[in-house]
Design a protein around this ligand. Structure first.
Ligand SMILES: *Cc1c(COP(=O)(O)O)cnc(C)c1O
Length: 421
């Protein structure tokens, strides 16, 4: 047997692990990587293995896809910092007694959308589960057959209904449902209908021979009306934007207007058009909100202080009408002219008109005119490997870099990475 030369001999696990220290990964993890590489007879692959592992860690990325609420990139971007201090999460500073974690943020969101009361849970799906479980367990909930939707990530209204213990009463047809269909379902005592539910067709649209009851018609029925509006647009008039509502926003249901039209309770997500952290908000009639809040499931789906603090600052920003301090609305309101100036200033690629999309399963088919740069060929892998990673998209064998979702402060990083393509 030939004795390997010094140069060929595999390094010790410890030496190999230490040579990877620059990656910043904890030593025990580097030891595992070194052991695996040596066991596979491929110790030279250890740095690549360490890099591969690093890329699985949560980290900031530059979103150059033009999809504003990119579900895979965490939906709405939001900055939030806080000190490592205690907070009056469940403590009443006036009385010195026990307080409610739902109070601070709940009251602010109620004000922001014109509701009597509001509360927060971990996400929109949890909000639907809690509302149905607290208000309709063991009873019927009437929903139009055109609204038995799947939102993505396997969230299906009929399945959530079943989990909540409520019984789904399907009403109408896929394309046409009338208020009389609901009235008939409510009249039948067997159905024992506790709630009428309207679910926004967030991520699809039905066109052609269609009909649906208005919110006002549904509100005229006897059982309480719950509207799952999905995206968390607080007010159709967008009073937080000095330029008013963007043109592409039309037909998106808004919290304030849905309540004005008679919904007793509305449900929406925190990280879609609301532009905040992952959360679900339940707003409307104070008694119904209180029933949800005191249900045992409410405890299981309650958010922590980090999310509540982030939502509180978001609610205050809305109430102060500082829309451009909310990253989603700031990006959404950039003009094509501003984006074109930035695209040309990159000094690389072909300046190109593009179309951004709201994303996040909202506003299907809506395009927002945008601007960016294009490169022939598919360079998405190279850009993904950049530090920080840049996520772009490929259309017709061209790599498109859409600047609407890139923060202006990231332009130089994008320019440097693109110049190297
Ligand atoms: C997105 C959405 C949900 C789910 O909300 P998450 O916050 O993603 O859990 C539920 N209903 C509708 C109509 C939605 O659009």
């Amino acid at each position: 047997m030939r004795v390997p030369s010094k140069a060929e001999r595999p390094p010790s696990v410890d030496r190999l692990a230490r040579s990877l220290a620059e990656t910043g990964l904890p030593h025990p993890i580097l030891v595992e990587i070194a052991q695996a590489a040596i066991a596979d007879g491929d110790y030279e692959s250890a740095p690549a293995r360490a890099e591969h592992l690093k890329r699985t860690l949560l980290q900031p990325v530059i979103n150059a896809t033009g999809v504003l609420l990119h579900t895979n990139l965490g939906r709405a971007p939001m900055a939030h910092t806080q000190d490592e201090s205690y907070a009056n999460l469940e403590f009443d500073l006036t009385t010195g007694g026990r307080g409610s974690r739902q109070r601070h943020v709940g009251e602010l969101f109620a004000k922001a959308c014109g509701a009597e009361a509001a509360m927060v849970v971990n996400n929109g799906a949890a909000a639907v589960l809690l509302v149905l479980g607290a208000l309709a367990a063991g009873r019927g909930v009437a929903v139009s057959r055109s609204e038995l939707v799947e939102i993505g990530g396997g969230f299906r209204i009929p399945d959530v209904m079943e989990q909540s213990g409520a019984r789904l009463i399907e009403v109408g047809t896929t394309n046409r449902t009338r208020v009389a269909d609901f009235a008939n379902a409510i009249e039948s005592p067997d159905n024992d209908i506790a709630l009428v539910m309207q679910v926004h067709q967030s991520n699809f649209s039905i066109e052609g021979f269609t009909e649906a009851p208005t919110m006002t018609q549904l509100a005229g029925l006897t059982p309480p009306l719950v509207a799952d509006i999905g995206s968390g647009l607080l007010d159709a008039a967008c009073p937080w934007l000095s330029s008013g509502p963007p043109r592409w926003l039309k037909d998106e249901p808004a919290a304030r207007q849905t309540l004005e039209q008679g919904a007793d309770l509305i449900i929406f997500s925190g990280d879609k058009l609301l532009g905040g952290p992952q959360a679900g908000i339940i707003a409307g009639d104070a008694d119904l909100v209180a029933t949800c809040n005191s249900h045992p499931l409410g405890r299981a789906v309650r958010p922590g202080g980090l999310v509540l603090a982030a939502l509180q600052s978001l609610a205050l920003t809305y109430l102060q009408r500082r829309g451009t301090d909310i990253a989603f609305w700031r990006m959404a309101s950039l003009t094509v002219e501003e984006l074109e100036v930035r695209a040309r200033a990159l000094g690389t690629g072909t300046p190109t008109e593009l179309a951004s999309t709201p994303g996040g399963g909202t506003l299907p088919g809506v395009e927002i005119p945008s601007f960016g740069v294009a490169f022939p060929g598919d360079h998405t892998e190279t850009l993904r490997r950049h530090q920080p990673p840049i996520i772009a998209r490929v259309v017709e064998n061209q790599t498109l870099v859409d600047l609407r979702t890139v923060a202006p402060g990231e332009d130089t990083i994008v320019a440097d990475a693109c110049r190297a393509l």
